[in-house]
Structure formats: C-alpha cells, structure tokens
Ligand binder design. Structure first.
Ligand code: CDP
Length: 215
C-alpha cells in the first residue's frame, strides 16, 4: 500500500486567473456546494493598498506597503471602499512588492487549516498552495472580462466608459504577468477554464467535473 494518501489531505481548491475572469463567482459557488471556507485573496492586496492610501503614501513604495501589510487586520477586508479604479491600481502596485507578498503568506496558508478551503487569486496554485488537490486557471478574452467589470460598475451606479475599463484592465493584467514576484501564470498542473463563451452555470459544471476527477 502506498504511504502517500492524498485522499486524507484537506481539499484545497486553488483558482487563479486575470481580472474579472469569473473566479470569485465560481469560487463562492464551489465553496458553498462543497462546504468549504472561501477566501478572496485579492481583498488582502486591496486592503493593503487602501491602508497605504489612507496614510497618504504611495502604494508602490516598498517600505510603507510592507508596514501596511504587517498591520493588516481581518476587519480591513470588510471595508466598503476596496473596489473601484483607485483601489484596483493600489492593489496591483502593492502586490508587486515581494515583502508585501511574504507578509500575507501565512494568513493565506493558515486560512485553509485542517478543514481545507477554496481560495482565488493570482498565485494560489503556484506559490501559496503548490500542492493543492484541485487547480483551476480561469480566463476569458480581455473584451469579455472588461465588459463584465463594466456591467458590474454600472450596476453600482458608476458611469465609467467601457474603453477606460478595458484599458485599465489590460494595464493591470500586464503588470501582474510581468512582475518578478509571483507573476500571474497557470501552474503546470492547473486545468484551464476559458469562460469567454461560458455563463456562470457552465463554468460551475466544468469546475465540478474537474473536482470530481481530482478527488
Ligand atoms: O477583481 P479583480 O480580478 O480585478 O482583482 P482582485 O482579484 O481583487 O486582485 C486585485 C489585485 O491584487 C490584482 O491585480 C493583483 O495585482 C493582486 N493579487 C495578487 O497579486 N495575488 C493574489 N493572490 C490576488 C490578487
């Protein structure tokens, strides 16, 4: 009998991908169906960026951003001002700083604990949980993703232009993919899920069949 008994490890589902690919919707639904806790790790970087902005600092300054990451408290994740163009840009800037990423590592690993979890982000399958049982890399065309984000913003009363949303998103994706620290890329063992032509139900069904295959 093998000494390696992967079935006894807590179930960790790592969902990575670029902005507005549908990771959050999918992760929340998987977590609800499988009875696992869910962590949106983008909120950590958003909350760090917001703390830096609160203090009048520059999110790209490594010293201030690291101090903000070390001072982060769980209640910061509930702030109502973590979305929108300013928070987006600040999150992407602090996320490129290695000391910020290290300061947030233990929180993410501890979150899964003995119980397992669904986490979504950019480096969950590559850096945070390289041994996760299920890894999904969720993507969609830039146009489809920008349109989804634009519709979300409009539903919240924003009058942002679709072209501006698309330009900002292209810039953030490029920074996430080009940075030296934990760049956005699929883990070699991740299943790719392109949601350009899939609605939320279709993405959920595809993800559940991958979960069934890997369990
Ligand atoms: O919702 P959206 O996809 O636009 O962004 P998010 O997932 O909330 O992430 C905001 C920013 O945080 C991203 O642009 C990344 O720079 C960064 N991030 C990261 O570097 N690593 C993660 N695990 C999650 C987010």
């Amino acid at each position: 009998m093998s000494e390696h008994r992967p079935a006894n490890r807590p179930l960790i589902i790592a969902i990575d991908g670029p902005a507005a690919a549908g990771k959050g919707t999918l992760a929340r639904r998987l977590a609800g169906t499988l009875g696992l806790p869910y962590l949106d790790t983008g909120l950590l970087y958003r909350a760090v960026g917001r703390r830096v902005l609160d203090g009048g600092g520059d999110p790209a300054d490594p010293t201030g951003a690291e101090a903000a990451a070390r001072a982060l408290r769980p209640a910061d994740l509930d702030r109502p001002d973590l979305r929108g163009p300013e928070a987006d840009a600040a999150a992407t800037a602090v996320a490129a700083i290695p000391a910020v990423r290290s300061a947030l590592l233990a929180f993410q690993r501890n979150f899964a604990g003995e119980r397992g979890a669904v986490l979504d982000g950019r480096d969950i399958g590559t850096v945070i949980f390289p041994d996760a049982r299920v890894k999904l890399f969720v993507t969609a065309s830039l146009q489809a993703r920008a349109r989804r984000r634009w519709l979300e913003l409009r539903a919240k009363g924003s009058d942002a232009e679709l072209s501006t949303v698309e330009t900002d998103m292209r810039a953030r994706d490029a920074l996430d993919a080009a940075r030296a620290a934990a760049p956005l890329r699929p883990a070699p063992d991740a299943a790719l899920l392109d949601t350009t032509e899939l609605d939320a139900d279709g993405a959920f069904r595809a993800a559940m069949s991958e979960v069934a295959r890997r369990r």
